[in-house]
Design a protein around this ligand. Sequence first.
Ligand SMILES: [Zn+2]
Length: 86
Amino acid sequence: MTVRMQPFAGQPRANWKPGMIRRDDDVADHHYVCPCGCQNLYYAQHAVQSGSVETGDLTLTPSLHHNGPGHCGWHGWLRDGQFVDA
Ligand SMILES: [Zn+2]
């Protein structure tokens, strides 16, 4: 599965789409709507390896793993603006 990231501009939850992402300017971390379709919002304190939300080519490292309590279990990467399964 591959889902392209898209800017997340505070739309109401009913309009969330998989792969929406925004950067939290105060802490430089990211919130994103899970690419798996579960409609959960996740928080990543991951390092920015390259790119940005604005330019649509963000790469975060290490991988994103939704394995905490109540999480959906998705595991994958955000590379060059694409969420891809691990
Ligand atoms: Zn999910």
